[in-house]
Structure formats: structure tokens, C-alpha cells
Design a binder for this molecule. Structure first.
Ligand code: MCN
Ligand code: CUM
Length: 781
């Protein structure tokens, strides 16, 4: 078998899933239609904080086609008015006495038709008594602030305090440091806008006593376990199916009230119940990302050598701590905020706060708060460079962790597996022509034009994670793969992770193709059905390649070891006389005597050695020894329009390093999409509430998604530094660009204005915001 035939690792194989998608033949949750299916729609709160005095469902109930109206009172009787969150908090499914955010679920209507359900929602009468909203986390912590969560046994809105690093050593360095820079940064609330909203079809079948839930889930097994724990239904009687998913980006990790209400309704009515959010519900009430109020300080020597980082954060988690971070990391992996730089000490503190907003702190292509971490350090390094009058590239070279320092123990306790930061930045600078750009900038500046060059040299941390530190609700964050080789040499691979568009059906098939020497078109990858796929923790935090990708390689190698015994039997030699070469087992010294995997597979069912189990299957549950640390060097060139305050990205180059690349085309696609999702919060997206806590950005009229028009041409390049502990040397990549892009863009904009004394601008850098700065500085046209 040749590499051309196998099309394994490193080949830009076209996506196996695309033929069905581009023909419109995907099966999304809303495509699931069952006989007798009923439709659910949700009544939502117009207030951010209010007491519910009365819910009158009589008019709605009387409407033809309305089957039921479910309220919190009813759920409370079934002990389902509250549900646990993945962070060990509890969250209202439906309220019994008060609402705590705008657009919160208040009641659910079940009807024979989607439109009747929507009409009946309007007929449900709810009498509210408004309460003062709590919108600012700083205000929320004041002693006289209204309590968001009186159900909790505490008298404040504080959720938790979390810290990492060495406080004493950090403080000491700050006291004696030659230079200290400090900056407040706010990273606003944003929301993923997957093409497909969230939803489910829940179906309890009394004949089999089995509950099946098709749902938009990034983690079907974990959700099945949660459902079993919440409802008391034995886990083997629950089947969660994630069919095709139209984008997740972290927003499909939490369990939403709608899933639970639909499940309750199917158990009650013994009919399938479909619930699909509309676009506004998705944008207004699903979990949100970011909302980090950061105060950061760097201590350094006058020559630019960084010595220590100190960070304090207030994290606005909304009314329920419904994030999906690993249990021990309520602030995610934010403590990776020392980034790519070697320093003596760091200390990071984060406090979680309740406010009357929808659950926050969740996800937007973020690897667990790494976006916030990278934004902090990449901005701070630029601020330090500005303070010292140094070039931002030079200060980075001066402070990089050097290639020989890996594995590198960071001051907050992470062990970076591998990296070569200077090489990546040098490549980026050479490719973009950095010196020439600086020269051009000086010329343009002399003419009064505003041009900026921004650099971001980020380190990512993905692959959650090693069982000694990583779990969600106690479930360790391993992942899994199961491979079955059929007699004719065709293969089915089932994995514990769950694609939402990342192309797992292709890349995981390539891993098996490479390991077994079977052409990729003979390999099918399945996932998302908890009745058939092996238990796994799902896809988020760019963990699939580091965890399930490793499991797939290991399972394939188990198959290969068994195949060796069968090949030896067929070739009548000892297994030790065989070597795996050019995708076949060959007799050492006589490479023309060989058996391919297809021949071996057939023999595994027809002619296996005595004493060997028939069949050719293997599985692996992989507990990663460490995380993987992909990285990148991004350079962004912007021109600012002095007449409008608009930022034009003239050029953007992303040099990424995710170790061994399985499919370069898919990786490039991930990077293109990720860069666009990095630009979006940098320049456009922000969730805004008014003083009453009403969302002002609840439609795409006001929540500005970039389109192809706003998106520049992304240039990409790579370096390859394999992970030393991953069986394939691969690291995750899905979130790198979203994490690396925002600071590159902001650094470029600030760089364009640095000679005017601008040192920092919070995102999103909208034309209005920038134009005001231009006016202040007297350069607006
Ligand atoms: N890959 C590769 N070689 C590598 C690393 C990755 O070929 N060295 C491939 C993988 O095999 C996979 C893809 O690139 O097909 C992304 O892999 P990985 O970095 O392991 O990330 P995950 O598969 O775990 O995907 C999760 C990541 C996250 S957390 C978000 S958020 C996000 C993202 O992926 N959501 C996405 N990319 C997305 N892309 C689409 N289309 N839709 C989403 O919802
Ligand atoms: Cu943090 S968004 Mo992704 O992890 O699904």
C-alpha cells in the first residue's frame, strides 16, 4: 500500500462529511421528525430581576392545539425546578418565585404545532414585581447590593475566590522592580452565534421504557450522566444522540433548561417533544463568554527583561455559575497568563461574582479562559515595550522561553510540553517584511497617516486533561476510541468526542488509515450516539486531537500488534521477524514477503492462529499524561481611517504551530474560521445591557457578526514542533486563532496611535469608540 493510496496523516484529504452537507442532506436536530411529535416554546422574562406574583396559564391552555403549559410550581413537585450546573452550582429550570435575568425561562408551552406554541407563549400572563437589577460586578460585591441568589446560604454575591502562583515572591519582586506597568482591561461579554441554535427532541418510549434525546450537545456522554443523576432514570435507559451539529464553539456544552423541560414533558405526555430555540432566544438567554474585569501589572528591568506578573480579576458569571470548566479550575486555565515568556514569579487572583445576567463565563472558542489570559499578557507586553521605548518584537525575543527550556515549568504551575517561540516569530517577521513595514509606518506617520503593526506571540493550553487534575463533576477528562476492522478490511471507528464542524469524520479516519495502512475511504468514523460510542467527555477546549486522537492512535496500534501475530501465522515466520513498513507487515530482510492489513483482517475471521481470539478490534481509554501547548506568532497591519474611526486590517499573517498536522487543509480551515472569530470580538461583537438589565444587543441588528465583507484575507504559515508525549506528536489547534488574533489586532490599533499617547483600548474597537479617541487626540478628520 502506498501513501498516496492510504491518504493518512499530513494529507489534505477532502472532508468526508461534506458531500452530505453541501447537498443539504445533513441531519440536524430540527430534521428529526417523529410520529405524534409535540412542540415546545418558552415564555421568557422581560425583566432582569423581578418577583413573580402570578402566572395565569388559563388563556393559553384554552387555545386549540395547546396540550400543556408547564410552570416552575409543577416542576418543583417533581423536584426539577432546579438542576445542577457543570460547575457544582444550581440553576433554575423554571422559576417558582423570581427571575434573575432578562429572557430567563418562565414557563413552557406544549402544543401540536410550532406556531400554536409560539402564539400560546404570548397568551401566558405573568405578573411581575420588578426588583433592582445587579449589573456591575463591582457594585454587586458591595455590602448593600441586592442578593442575586438568596437561595444560597450566603449574604453576598461573591461566588468563589481562586488563585495561582506565588504571592509573596511576586509582591517582593514588584517592590524592588526597576519598572512597573499597570493596566485595567475589560473583556466584554460575547456570545457565539452558531448557525444552528440549540434544541432537542426528547422521546420517552413507554414500550421499551427508554428515553432518547437528540440534542445539540458537544458532550453527549457527560450530558447523559447528568440527565440520569437529575431524573433518577437509570443511565442505560437514556440514550443521547448528537446528530450533525451546526457549530458549537462552546455554547453547546452547558445543559440548558429547555432540554430538561422537554425531557420532563415527554415523560409526562409520553409523546416526542421538540424544542428548538429561535435566533433571538439563542442570543439572549444561552450562556455567555468572557465578561472579565482585569487589573494586570508587569514588573521588569529597565532593559526590558520581564520579572513578574500580577493579575486580579473580577469574573461576572451572571446569575448561575453554569460554566463548564474542569472542577478544580473555576477560572478555567486563566493562570496560563504568563504566556510565552520566562519570568521569575506570577500571582493570579480571580473572584467570581453573581449578577442578574444570564449565566456567563462559559465559552466562545476559548480553551477555558485562555483568550482572556492571552489578551492580558500580550497587551501588557506591548504596554511595557511602549513604556521602555522598545520594539514589541524585540521585547518578545528578549523574554521568550527558549527552546532548550522545554519541558518548561511555568510560575503558575503548568508544564509546557514543547515549543520554539523565537523561530515562529522570526518566520512571521520575515514573511511579513517587518522592518520594511516599520519604515513605511514612519513615513506615513510623518504624513499624518495612522498605520499600526501588532504582534501576538501566544501560548495555548489544550487537551484537558490528565486525570490527576482534570474532571467535570468528578468524571475524569480522559477520552476514547474503539476500532473494528471488518473481514474485508473496512473499518468503523467510534470516538468519545463530538464534532460540530471540525471534520472529525475525516481526520480521525486519517489517523487510523495511517496506523493501519487502510485507505481512508474504507474507514467510517462515528460519534455522538451514547448507545454505541465509547464513553468520552466530548469536544471543546480543542481537546479532541490531544485526547481522543491519541486514543485512536493507541487503539490502532493495539490492532496492529494483534495483526502482527496473524501476519506471522500467514507468513509462517516468528512475529519478531516482521516489521511494519510501507503500510504492511514485511519479513525482515525479505520485504517482498508481506501481508497487508486487508489480508490480515480477512484472516482474523477465517484463518487465525490457534489460541488467538478471532476478530480484529480494539479500544482505548486514553488518560493524557499532560496537556499540549500549541502556540503561534501573529502579525497584524492596520490602517485607521481618520474620517470614520474605522480599522482596516490591511494584512494579517498567522504562523501557527500545533505539532504534527493530521490534515493541513482542515487545520487551515480551523485557522481561517478562528481568526474571523478572533477579529469579531476585537472589532465588532459585544453584548450590552441597559441600566435595567435589558439586553440591547439581542438581535443581529445590534450584535454585529462579521461577514465576508469585513473579513480580510488571512495569510497562514506554520512551524512544526511535535508534542513529546502525544502518540502522534499532535497538539490541538481549534481555538488557537481565536485566542491569538484579538491582541494582535488591538496591539496594531494601539501601535498606530502610540505616538499620540494611546496605550490601551478595550475591545471591541468600534469606529465610534475609535473616532472619539481620534477627536480627543485632535487627529480626527
Ligand atoms: N487537527 C489536525 N492536526 C492537528 C490538530 C487538529 O488535523 N495537529 C484537526 C483535528 O483532527 C480536527 C480539527 O483539526 O479535525 C480541530 O481539532 P482540535 O484542535 O483537536 O479541536 P477539536 O476537534 O477538539 O475542536 C474543538 C475546537 C473548539 S473547542 C471550538 S470552540 C471550535 C473549534 O474547534 N468550534 C468549532 N472549531 C470549530 N469549527 C467548526 N467548524 N465548528 C465549531 O463549532
Ligand atoms: Cu471554549 S469554546 Mo470550545 O471549548 O467548545
Amino acid at each position: 500500500m502506498t501513501a498516496t493510496a492510504v491518504r493518512g496523516i499530513g494529507v489534505p484529504v477532502k472532508r468526508k462529511e461534506d458531500p452530505r452537507f453541501i447537498r443539504g442532506k445533513g441531519t440536524y436536530v430540527d430534521d428529526v421528525k417523529l410520529p405524534g411529535m409535540l412542540y415546545m416554546d418558552i415564555v421568557r422574562s422581560p425583566y432582569a430581576h423581578a418577583r413573580i406574583k402570578r402566572i395565569d396559564v388559563s388563556k393559553a391552555r384554552a387555545m386549540p392545539g395547546v396540550i400543556d403549559v408547564i410552570t416552575g410550581e409543577e416542576l418543583a413537585k417533581a423536584n426539577l425546578a432546579w438542576m445542577p450546573t457543570l460547575m457544582g452550582d444550581r440553576q433554575m429550570v423554571l422559576p417558582t418565585d423570581r427571575v434573575v435575568y432578562y429572557a430567563q425561562e418562565v414557563a413552557a408551552v406544549i402544543a401540536t404545532d410550532r406556531y400554536i406554541a409560539a402564539d400560546a407563549v404570548l397568551a401566558v400572563e405573568v405578573e411581575y414585581e420588578p426588583l433592582p437589577p445587579v449589573l456591575d460586578p463591582f457594585e454587586a460585591l458591595k455590602p448593600d447590593a441586592p442578593l442575586v441568589r438568596p437561595d444560597r446560604d450566603q449574604k453576598t454575591n461573591h461566588i468563589w475566590h481562586w488563585e495561582a502562583g506565588d504571592k509573596e515572591k511576586t509582591d517582593r519582586i514588584f517592590q524592588e522592580a526597576e519598572v512597573v506597568v499597570a493596566q485595567d482591561l475589560y473583556i466584554p461579554r460575547i456570545h457565539v452565534a452558531s448557525i444552528e441554535t440549540c434544541g432537542c427532541v426528547a422521546n420517552y418510549d413507554p414500550a421499551t421504557d427508554k428515553l432518547t434525546i437528540w440534542m445539540t450537545s458537544q458532550a453527549p456522554h457527560a450530558h447523559r450522566t447528568v440527565f440520569s443523576l437529575v431524573t433518577g432514570i437509570p443511565e442505560h435507559k437514556i440514550r443521547v444522540i448528537s446528530p450533525d451539529i451546526g457549530g458549537g464553539f462552546g455554547g453547546k456544552v452547558p445543559v440548558y433548561p429547555g432540554y430538561v423541560i422537554a425531557t420532563y414533558a415527554t415523560l409526562k405526555h409520553k409523546k416526542p417533544i421538540k424544542w428548538i430555540e429561535d435566533r433571538s432566544e439563542n442570543l439572549q438567554a444561552d450562556s455567555f463568554a468572557r465578561d472579565y474585569h482585569i487589573h494586570a501589572e508587569l514588573a521588569a528591568n529597565r532593559d526590558g527583561k520581564i520579572r513578574a506578573l500580577r493579575v486580579k480579576v473580577l469574573a461576572d458569571h451572571g446569575a448561575f455559575d453554569a460554566a463548564a470548566n474542569p472542577s478544580r479550575f473555576p477560572a478555567g486555565l486563566f493562570s496560563v497568563c504568563t504566556g510565552s515568556y520566562d519570568m521569575e514569579a506570577a500571582h493570579v487572583e480571580v473572584d467570581g461574582v453573581y449578577t442578574t445576567k444570564p449565566p456567563g463565563g462559559v465559552a466562545y472558542r476559548c480553551s477555558f479562559r485562555v483568550t482572556e489570559a492571552v489578551h492580558t499578557i500580550e497587551r501588557m507586553v506591548d504596554i511595557l515595550a511602549d513604556e521602555l521605548g522598545m520594539d514589541p518584537a524585540e521585547i518578545r525575543f528578549k523574554n521568550f522561553i527558549q527552546p532548550h527550556q522545554f519541558p518548561y515549568k511555568s510560575p503558575t504551575g503548568w508544564e509546557y510540553d514543547s515549543g520554539n517561540y523565537p523561530a515562529a516569530l522570526q518566520k512571521a517577521l520575515d514573511m511579513i517584511g517587518y522592518r520594511e513595514l516599520r519604515r513605511e509606518q514612519a513615513e506615513r506617520r510623518a504624513r499624518g497617516e495612522l498605520m499600526g503593526i501588532g504582534i501576538s506571540t501566544f501560548t495555548e493550553i489544550v487537551g484537558a486533561g490528565p486525570s490527576h487534575t482534570f474532571d467535570i463533576l468528578g468524571i475524569k477528562m480522559f477520552d476514547s476510541a474503539e476500532i473494528r476492522v471488518h473481514p474485508t478490511g473496512a473499518v468503523i471507528v467510534r470516538i468519545g468526542v463530538q464534532t460540530q464542524g471540525q471534520g472529525h469524520e475525516t481526520t480521525f479516519a486519517q489517523i487510523v488509515a495511517e496506523e493501519l495502512g487502510i485507505p481512508v475511504e474504507y474507514i467510517t468514523v462515528e460519534h455522538g450516539d451514547t448507545d454505541t460510542a465509547p464513553y468520552g467527555l466530548g469536544t471543546y477546549a480543542s481537546r479532541s486531537t490531544p485526547t481522543a486522537g491519541a486514543a485512536t492512535a493507541v487503539a490502532a496500534r493495539k490492532i496492529r500488534e494483534k495483526a502482527r501475530l496473524i501476519a506471522a501465522h500467514l507468513l509462517e515466520v516468528s512475529p519478531d521477524d516482521l516489521e511494519w513498513k510501507d503500510y504492511a507487515f514485511r519479513v525482515k530482510g525479505a520485504p517482498d514477503r508481506y501481508k497487508t492489513m486487508q489480508e490480515i483482517a480477512f484472516a482474523a475471521y477465517t484463518n487465525f492462529p490457534l489460541g488467538l481470539e478471532p476478530g480484529l478490534e480494539a479500544e482505548c481509554y486514553y488518560d493524557p499524561p499532560n496537556l499540549t501547548f500549541p502556540f503561534g506568532a501573529y502579525v497584524c497591519v492596520v490602517d485607521i481611517d481618520r474620517g470614520t474611526g474605522q480599522v482596516k486590517i490591511r494584512e494579517f499573517l498567522a504562523v501557527d504551530d500545533c505539532g504534527t498536522i493530521i490534515n493541513p487543509m482542515i487545520v487551515e480551515g480551523q485557522i481561517h474560521g478562528g481568526l474571523t472569530m478572533g477579529m469579531a470580538p476585537a472589532l465588532f461583537e459585544e453584548i450590552v445591557y441597559d441600566e435595567n438589565g435589558t439586553m440591547l444587543s439581542g438581535t443581529f441588528m445590534d450584535y454585529l457578526l462579521p461577514t465576508a465583507v469585513e473579513t480580510p484575507h488571512w495569510k497562514t504559515a506554520k512551524t512544526v514542533t511535535p508534542s513529546p508525549h502525544h502518540p502522534l506528536g499532535a497538539k490541538g489547534v481549534g481555538e488557537s486563532p481565536t485566542i491569538g488574533a484579538p491582541p494582535a489586532i488591538v496591539n496594531a490599533v494601539v501601535d498606530a496611535l502610540s505616538h499620540l499617547g494611546v496605550r490601551h483600548i478595550d475591545i471591541p474597537i468600534t469606529p465610534a469608540k475609535l473616532y472619539r479617541i481620534l477627536q480627543e487626540k485632535g487627529v480626527a478628520e
